[in-house]
Design a protein around this ligand. Structure first.
Ligand code: C5P
Length: 237
């Protein structure tokens, strides 16, 4: 069965240029307390074997490759992710309805299909940059429109900032997953993230799951940091 449960809510972003520190970190984490996100850098360096290593260690993996291509190619890539046994995979909503629906239909054939979520508008894009590539309206307008389109195409959710979560939550169906990066525990450094929110505030804004990297991966004791964040969240409930 596809695992749609929110728990564990924390997805640790494994952003490392080399396998050794990633493996060291993973050995110190616990699959009952977090999921893991593998992005373009690690996947391009280490390939599917690394993802298999993580799943063999008991972790659910979010393969964050943000597919964007013609429908047949994206659907085939999603099928490859499903064959790899990942728990979640994503694509760009701006690839359009047919691309999203074809990918969803392709995954529907799997008894344990990965969750399929979309990126709406990259949070790195400013309103003038969006205008330059031909989007009309603000980033917030486009996020809401693409979130509704993603919902309409029957996908499982979107990746969005905690600020966007508050805008999107009332406009999508119950159970539509909002996965938010840009989260920092009250005590942590902000690193290069600009518009950050605490885990509790992100959940209050409607987020279901939190992608957290450096506050855990760069902590002297990553497991302790993960436990502290979980405690911070639990205190809110
Ligand atoms: O270390 P940090 O917690 O900032 O890592 C956040 C993770 O979420 C990184 O893998 C980053 O690429 C990803 N991400 C993000 N902001 C977005 C989309 C993805 O920080 N808008």
């Amino acid at each position: 069965m596809t695992d749609t449960s929110a728990e564990p809510r924390i997805i640790v972003a494994l952003d490392f240029p080399r396998p050794e520190p990633a493996r060291e970190l993973v050995a110190r984490l616990d699959p009952s307390l977090c999921r893991l996100k593998v992005g373009k850098e690690m996947f391009t360096r280490l390939g599917p074997a690394f993802v298999e290593e993580l799943t063999a260690a008991g972790f659910q993996v979010f393969l964050d490759l943000k597919f964007h291509d013609i429908p047949n190619t994206v659907a085939a890539a999603c099928a490859a992710a499903a064959d790899l046994g990942v728990w979640m995979v994503n694509l760009h909503a701006s690839g359009g309805r047919r691309m999203m629906e074809t990918a969803r239909e392709r995954l529907a054939g799997y008894s344990r299909r990965p969750l399929l979520i979309a990126v709406t508008i990259l949070t790195s894009l400013s309103d003038p940059e969006l205008a330059e590539i031909g989007f009309s309206g603000s980033a917030a307008d486009n996020v809401q429109r693409l979130a509704r389109l993603t919902d309409d195409c029957g996908l499982d959710g979107i990746v969005c900032s905690p600020l966007e979560a508050a805008l999107v939550r009332p406009r999508v169906r119950d159970g539509f997953l909002l996965v938010t990066p840009g989260v920092r525990p009250a005590s942590a450094a902000r690193d290069d993230q600009r518009r950050v929110m605490t885990p509790a505030d992100a959940l209050d804004n409607g987020a279901d799951m939190l992608v957290i990297g450096r506050p855990i991966t760069a902590a002297p004791d990553p497991l302790q940091s993960l436990r502290d964040i979980r405690r911070e969240i639990a205190a809110r409930d």
